[in-house]
Every structure is written in structure tokens, then in C-alpha cells.
Write a protein that binds this ligand. Structure first.
Ligand SMILES: Cc1ncc(COP(=O)(O)O)c(C=O)c1O
Length: 327
């Protein structure tokens, strides 16, 4: 089942099985890549200003340990703007560009393919964090011109926790250094001669006993997902998100933060609740109506996952309750 899940993830994102290392989560994948380069003081990494802590901490750690300089790129969906900003941040010391495919803050979608082509033309290694992309919309990694891509099963693919993958492009498999080693990642190992060689596949980035049984959930979840079809799931989720946005636009006190345009957005809908008089709309929705939202009282914002399995009536129920609160 573990190996079948490797094939499943590889097929799902359109890469070779040899290019997939199975991980516990997205954070694992990012750490494997961040620790796989030989860093020197002054080397530069570009990340966006909307990274999840798991997307920024591995690089801040490099900064602390090796004097790597982390530069922030403004996350934006406009291709010309983001390429212009990227150009201004790139120097001959840029060793890696790491960007979220989908912003964890508001679900905005990066023009990843254009960025990948731009970086490939400049020979700059590129990694994408696909935590909120995988399972939301079809992802064909080879089309994105990236060198590394970290994904997980436990979010939009509906697998169990502990199911992640890291894509390492073939031409990086033996160039990216292994930082954690152990049984399972060697091709040859001999203690008498104190020597080993690593597997030539991405399995060289795995070591020790893994969550074998957990990965059975990935096999089943991928089968379920594929039976419905990634494109259908994307369309359904987009439809639900669009309906929610249309309703939110009419509610006084609410300001939508997520882009409205399809190519720039996903099923995540984020909005400010700052204009609502109620101090705790998230708690009110849960306590009074059993609607669970990701509400941040500090930033007065709410983030909804309009996942494909929700009912339209549930989307309208949420909008109705927010309207009630606004009035
Ligand atoms: C964009 C992004 N990257 C990384 C992570 C961390 O993912 P994991 O828990 O799979 O390591 C998250 C979690 O929400 C996320 O939203």
C-alpha cells in the first residue's frame, strides 16, 4: 500500500514514481530541500510574504545557522507584477526561490507556470509549496517548470494525517544532498568497508520505518478523488466559492480578501469581518448555529474552505447567518 500510494501521488501530479519521496507532511518536504543545499554566508533565498510558518521557518533557520539571507517577495496573482518584483530581488547569490502555490492566508493562486518558466530561463532552482493546491485543482508538476514540489494528502485530498510527498526533479536527485540517512535509502551498504551508496531515486530522501498503514488511506483517497475527477472537483469547489463570494459582496461590514477571478483564486474564501459589530462572529456561528469557520479574532478575518463535498445549501446557510449578524 505504501508503494502503491507512491505510484498514486506520482500519477496524480504527472511525474515519474522515481521522483517521489513519501513524507509525513509538507513541512518534511520543505526541510529536506532546505537542508539539501551546501549553504554559504550571503547566499540568498526568496520566499513570499504570505508563507505558512512551515514555509518560512526552514529558511529562517538557514539564516540563523549559515548566514543565508531571506528576501520577501510580495505574494500577488498578477503575472507581470510578480515577475517584475522577482526580477528586482534576484541577484547572482539567489540560490533558491520558494513560493506557495496557493496562499495560506487568503487562498490566492500564484501564476506558478509563468514564474517557473521565468526562473528556469535564469537557471534558478524553484520550489513550490502545494499544501493548498493538491486536491483543490489539477496540478501537473511538469508544466510548472519547478525543481521541487511538496504536497500533502491530509488537506484537500482527504487522506489521513501523515501522508505527504516531495517531488524532486530527476536532474536534482543526485545533486540535492541527503541530510537524514538510515535503512531503506541505500543501494549498497557495507559496514566492513565503511561505505554506502544511496538509491538513485527520490527514496534516497526516506529513511527508517514509515507510516505504512497510514498510506493505505492515501491509496483509497486518491482512488476516490480520481473516480470523481480532479477537474470536476475543481469546478465544483470554484462554483461553491463563487456563490459564497457573490453573497458576501452584498453583506455590509464584510470585505472579501480573496481574488474574485477564477485563475487567481481557489476554493478558499477569506474575508474581513472588521465591519461587523459582533466581537466574535466565529464563536457566534459555532455556538448558535454549529457552523465551524477558521476565524481569527485578532485580524478580524475569516477563512472558509468551500470544499467540493459541501452542499450549496450549506454555503447559503453561512451567508444567511452572516447577513443576520450584519443586520
Ligand atoms: C501553505 C502551507 N504550507 C505548509 C503547511 C504545513 O503543512 P504540513 O502540516 O503538511 O506540514 C500548511 C499548513 O496549513 C500550509 O497552509
Amino acid at each position: 500500500m505504501f508503494e502503491t500510494s507512491r505510484d498514486g501521488f506520482a500519477n496524480y501530479v504527472g511525474v515519474s514514481t522515481d521522483e517521489i519521496a513519501l513524507t509525513r507532511n509538507v513541512s518534511d518536504g520543505i526541510n529536506i530541500v532546505a537542508s539539501g543545499f551546501d549553504w554559504n554566508p550571503g547566499d540568498e533565498v526568496i520566499i513570499t510574504d504570505e508563507e505558512h510558518p512551515s514555509g518560512s521557518l526552514p529558511f529562517l533557520n538557514l539564516s540563523e545557522r549559515y548566514g543565508v539571507q531571506v528576501k520577501l517577495l510580495r505574494f500577488q496573482t498578477n503575472t507581470n507584477e510578480i515577475l517584475k518584483d522577482l526580477e528586482s530581488l534576484i541577484t547572482d547569490k539567489t540560490k533558491l526561490v520558494f513560493l506557495s502555490h496557493v496562499s495560506t492566508v487568503d487562498g490566492a493562486r500564484l501564476p506558478a507556470k509563468a514564474v517557473g518558466e521565468f526562473l528556469k530561463a535564469r537557471n534558478i532552482p524553484f520550489m513550490l509549496d502545494g499544501a493548498h493546491a493538491i486536491g483543490q485543482f489539477p496540478v501537473s508538476i511538469k508544466d510548472l517548470s519547478c525543481d521541487f514540489y511538496a504536497g500533502c494528502g491530509h488537506k484537500w485530498l482527504l487522506c489521513q494525517q501523515g501522508t505527504g510527498f516531495l517531488y524532486v526533479a530527476k536532474n536534482w536527485l543526485t545533486r540535492l544532498k541527503t541530510s537524514w540517512v538510515g535503512w531503506g535509502m541505500t543501494d549498497q551498504y557495507d559496514l566492513d568497508s565503511l561505505s554506502y551508496t544511496s538509491l538513485e531515486t527520490a527514496q534516497r530522501f526516506e529513511f527508517g520505518t514509515r507510516y505504512w498503514a497510514t498510506h493505505a488511506s492515501a491509496v483509497k483517497a486518491l482512488e476516490f478523488h480520481n473516480a470523481i475527477g480532479a477537474e470536476n472537483i475543481y469546478e465544483r469547489s470554484h462554483d461553491l466559492a463563487s456563490k459564497l463570494k457573490a453573497r458576501l459582496l452584498d453583506i455590509p461590514g464584510i470585505t472579501i480578501k480573496t481574488p474574485l477571478h477564477k485563475a487567481e483564486s481557489t476554493g478558499i474564501v477569506a474575508f474581513s469581518t472588521a465591519g461587523l459589530k459582533h466581537p466574535e462572529p466565529g464563536n457566534w456561528l459555532w455556538n448558535e448555529h454549529r457552523i465551524l469557520t477558521a476565524h481569527n479574532p485578532d485580524t478580524k478575518s475569516m477563512r472558509i474552505a468551500a470544499a467540493f463535498y459541501l452542499l450549496e445549501t450549506e454555503i447559503h446557510m453561512l451567508a444567511d447567518k452572516l447577513s443576520e449578524l450584519a443586520s
